[in-house]
Design a protein around this ligand. Structure first.
Ligand SMILES: *Cc1c(COP(=O)(O)O)cnc(C)c1O
Length: 366
């Protein structure tokens, strides 16, 4: 394994093109990152500083993100609500850390291809940090998200097709901008892993039996898994892991297909399909192999749900006061199917991860 210093901008591995993963001195971190000390820290994701990239304090770009609530639904399910974070989706976690690190490294212009929410999170944190942002988005991205980017002052380029097409167009037009694509730089994952730290803390280090997570590019899922591994190294958790389940849309479910057909990675030619859950429309996830491996290793799996069931789940969550995004609501629809299939038990403690607010998708409300 080759190592790289974190004092200059990094993309993927220059030798083999694979994902770079941040490592820390866990023995040293262990001395200060304890359950006891966590109780006294600020209620933001920056509380896990020992296991976040080194950033000079004046370059930390923050809006107080993190420590979103975990609520119990009437059904007994737990729901962690990242609808209540700057920009209304968990993409803020990744961008808060990655934009801060970019600023610390002296980068000034950042670009991302996005189905929507990563773009607005980049636009938001770039604005906060005084950096320039450019976002390439499919034309189907909800107008509310496009306008959000524009309001933050980002330059938006709309592209026919899916997020892959947006990325291809971006690469023909880099103009000195730094590529912040999912898993093509190492720090968005570090921000997103704080979801795992928070879930552990908020369940008093007694993790639920299963976590159901909507999966597109997979950073959320991989980040959470990395957090659990790190917490074991830090002595904060034992070796038990929750079963991790990915939920995808029936219209675009490469991960579900790979698991169902016993493959190690999604089919590289997996066909595209549109869904109201735009964040899940990733037919060829760059980290497909790693996602499949985590789901298998955890004893969990993947489940696909059709759009009408996602809409039903949005309504049903709203009746309890949670206005979830279609991606987030898909976890409830997925839970129903996993119950039917016997993959989770009725009395099992299950956490649904709501990745975003429904307020960004008002066109879906009739
Ligand atoms: C991006 C996104 C997802 C998918 O997350 P990945 O980490 O790319 O798998 C899920 N929900 C929402 C609201 C998103 O914006």
């Amino acid at each position: 394994m080759r190592g790289f210093a974190q004092d200059r901008p990094l993309g993927t591995c220059p030798d083999c093109g694979s994902i770079l993963s941040c490592l820390y001195d866990y023995e040293k971190a262990k001395e200060t990152l304890t359950q006891e000390s966590l109780r006294r820290r600020q209620k933001t994701l920056w509380r896990y500083s020992e296991v976040l990239p080194g950033i000079a304090p004046q370059n930390v770009v923050t809006l107080g993100e993190g420590m979103t609530p975990v609520v119990r639904l009437k059904s007994g399910l737990l729901l962690k609500d990242d609808g209540l974070i700057p920009t209304g989706t968990f993409k803020a976690r990744g961008m808060a850390v990655a934009v801060s690190k970019a600023k610390d490294l002296g980068l000034k212009k950042l670009v991302v291809p996005s189905a929507g929410n990563a773009g607005s999170a980049l636009a938001c944190y770039a604005a906060r940090g005084g950096l320039a942002a450019r976002v390439f988005m499919p034309t189907e991205t909800p107008q509310s998200i496009v306008k959000e980017c524009v309001q933050y002052g980002a330059e938006v380029v709309q592209v026919e097709g899916n997020i892959g097409d947006a990325g291809a167009r971006m690469r023909t037009q880099m103009d000195g901008y730094f590529d912040m694509s999912t898993l093509k730089e190492p720090y968005r994952l570090e921000g997103k892993k704080t979801m795992g730290y928070e879930v552990a803390e908020q369940t008093d280090f007694e993790l639920p039996g299963a976590i159901i997570y909507p999966t597109g590019g997979g950073t959320g899922l991989l980040g959470m898994w990395k957090a659990l591994d790190e917490m074991e190294k830090l002595g904060l958790l034992g070796s038990d892991r929750p079963k991790m389940f990915s939920v995808q849309s029936e219209a675009c479910a490469p991960i579900v297909d790979a698991l169902d057909t016993g493959k190690d990675a999604p089919d590289p030619g997996f066909p595209d399909g549109t869904t109201i859950a735009v964040g899940l429309r990733v037919p060829r996830p760059f980290a497909g192999k790693q996602i499949v491996a985590v789901l298998r290793e955890s004893g969990g799996g993947a489940v696909a749900v059709p759009d009408p069931e996602i809409l039903e789940a949005m309504k049903s969550l709203a009746k309890e006061g949670v206005f979830a995004s279609p991606e987030g609501a898909a976890t409830l629809a997925g839970h129903r199917r996993l119950l039917e299939a016997g993959a989770v038990a009725r009395d099992e403690e299950v956490l649904l991860y709501n990745t975003g607010t429904g307020l960004k998708y008002l066109d879906l409300v009739r």
